[in-house]
Design a binder for this molecule. Sequence first.
Ligand SMILES: [Cu+2]
Ligand SMILES: [Zn+2]
Length: 195
Amino acid sequence: MNPILIRAAACVMLCSSLALAQDTKIPGTPVPPHGHTAPVAATVTEAVTVLLGFKNSGVTGVVRFSQQTDGSVKVVVNVSGLTPNAQHAIHIHEFGDVSSDDGMSTGSHYNPDNHPHGKPGDEKAHAGDFGNLSADARGNATLELTTTSISVAGERNPVIGRSIIVHDKPDDFGQPVGNAGGRIAGGVIGVAKAK
Ligand SMILES: [Cu+2]
Ligand SMILES: [Zn+2]
């Protein structure tokens, strides 16, 4: 079925349910305007991920995404509980499903452009390739990057509803997914309050 027909069908269903709602309204209750509004996601410009450890790894963190007016996205990562003085791969994974305790239910790297694995700034890389976190002597790491490979919730590779995964080992940028070992923390990318 073509997308326009699907939208038309959805409109018919929505409009008829609104008509029903109007028929049965309590007298004096305001009726919402009967029109089309922009999808909620289009208005979302901030997102957040709370990272929790898999298998009691003790790794926790927060990742914040801010849609910039030039179309890029600023990403700020703060993670603790990592192996001190070590590098840990960090990626956006394709599914926002962190239900398995090994993180495997989040699938592979978020790759809507069907590119090979790479690192931030590469001409062709997975949209979710964020490279590595560098943990300090206390096991804390911060990372800031600005990327045009994604949008928060726009047309270009939206990340809302996907997930962030932190790995046990460094990303060596080898194919197909960087040889980064197990998944030690993860979280879903959710809608955050607008600034
Ligand atoms: Cu990964
Ligand atoms: Zn990748």
